[in-house]
Design a protein around this ligand. Structure first.
Ligand code: GAL
Length: 420
């Protein structure tokens, strides 16, 4: 028997053990704070978890229910203040700059450089992911906010037409009401109210007005005739929602359209994730159209994960592996198929995506080209968090209080815009 056989076996065993130990030594845990708890969101979050686990790391889930993320951000702040930051959190838009300025975020610029993110991301998006030129967050998707979802069967029975503008919207809402169906599925939470409001502002006021009033917070635009028209139109929508709308979660409102209890919902395309999770087919069980009057524009909302400074080489390695995985073509496909959004990584093969997603990708490119790509205020893309909160409150007060006039609301918007 070859004497060297035991030596070879020992050498192979040692090599195998080293590999396993090395792998184990690098295997880290990432605790992720997020608010993806609805049907479609949870499936998308599961894809994120599986991606991390495939790299040998442990995912520690810290989900904070509550659409729009207000609750999640409150919990995140309290955890960071008490010195117990998660390893990663769903933070996006201008808030990334605010968190980075606190000195609590870890740079992932080494990953971004190694993976060439600058060549894979649209410039307006890569800029938001950086603080002082270095990446501090990994983008996951591009959601479009200015969508209207309709149940075609409900519309057919009511003899209503899926609306392309606000006159058609109210004609359809009237027909649905006469047919005994709740015309508009809505949840009375301030981020949902503002999601509807910003779509009215875009569709009725146009891109220039939207930017001037809601992004630049120009007092004259906030206090002008167009804003008065937008507010009046926005308030008219309320008459077509049901009495149980206050406090309703967005995905339960989407469920009303899925089940045919309501005719339509104005919501971002995370709602499409709910239709898909319910096994519904676009074009057959539901239709997606741009929110009335906004077909030539695209309101973007990009989800991203920011990494907090953590101790331990294994945890840092796990964070970097998660950041790299998030931008991989495989993850970008799986996550976005479930989330209802489109990949943020450019030049992806969209053959597995449905017609709503393909329309979104086409409109995203066209809007970027035409300069009609606008940030969502409702979803933290446009203004500092304090201002966003203050103007959302004004709009919800106006929605809820019939005695508040459009002029009152405009005056309050001007002062809310100065919140800091
Ligand atoms: C948005 C978020 C989406 C989705 C939605 C509903 O702000 O970016 O990913 O979670 O809220 O919760």
């Amino acid at each position: 028997m070859n004497k060297s056989r035991p030596k070879l076996a020992r050498a192979l065993l040692a090599a195998a053990a080293t590999t396993v130990l090395a792998g184990a030594a690098q295997a880290g845990e990432v605790e992720v704070l997020h608010y993806w708890t609805s049907g479609g969101e949870a499936k998308a979050a599961a894809a994120l978890k599986a991606t991390l686990q495939a790299k040998g790391h442990t995912w520690r889930d810290f989900a904070v229910a509550g659409g729009g993320g207000d609750s999640a951000m409150t919990v995140l702040k309290s955890r960071v203040v008490s010195g117990n930051a998660p390893a990663a959190a769903q933070i996006k838009g201008p808030s990334l700059q605010e968190w980075a300025a606190e000195g609590v975020l870890a740079s992932i610029d080494d990953v971004a450089k190694a993976e060439k993110w600058d060549s894979l991301l649209p410039r307006p998006i890569s800029d938001v992911m950086k603080y002082k030129g270095s990446y501090i967050a990994a983008p996951l998707n591009v959601h479009r906010v200015n969508w209207l979802y309709a149940n075609p069967e409900v519309f057919r029975k009511a003899g209503a037409k899926v609306p392309g503008n606000w006159d058609e919207f109210f004609a359809a809402a009237e027909a649905l009401k006469k047919a005994g169906v709740i015309p508009v599925a809505h949840g009375g939470q301030n981020w949902q109210d503002f999601t509807v409001f910003e779509s009215v502002a875009l569709g009725l006021g146009g891109v220039d007005f939207y930017r001037k009033a809601l992004v630049q917070l120009d007092p004259a635009a906030l206090n002008g005739a167009t804003m008065e028209k937008v507010l009046t139109t926005f308030r008219r929508v309320k008459a077509y929602t049901d009495k149980n709308a206050p406090g309703r979660d967005w995905n339960l409102a989407t469920g009303m359209v899925v089940k045919g209890e309501a005719g339509m919902q104005i919501m971002g395309d995370w709602a499409k994730g709910e239709f898909v999770a319910a096994g519904k087919q676009p074009g057959k069980d539901f239709v997606c159209v741009a929110a009335p009057g906004s077909a030539s524009a695209f309101t973007f909302n990009v989800d991203s994960l920011a990494m907090f400074k953590v101790k331990g080489e294994d945890k840092v390695k796990a964070q970097k592996d998660l950041a790299a995985a998030v931008m991989s073509p495989q993850f970008q496909e799986t996550f976005n198929l479930n989330k209802g959004s489109i990949p943020v990584r450019m030049n992806m093969d969209l053959s597995k995506f449905d017609d709503c997603a393909k329309a979104s990708a086409k409109d995203f490119a066209a809007s970027a080209q035409a300069g009609t790509l606008v940030p969502s205020i409702a979803h933290g893309m446009a203004v500092p968090a304090a201002v966003e909160g203050a103007i959302k409150d004004v709009i919800s007060q106006f929605w809820n209080n019939e005695r508040m006039t459009a002029k009152d609301a405009m005056t309050r918007l001007v002062s809310a815009a100065k919140a800091s």
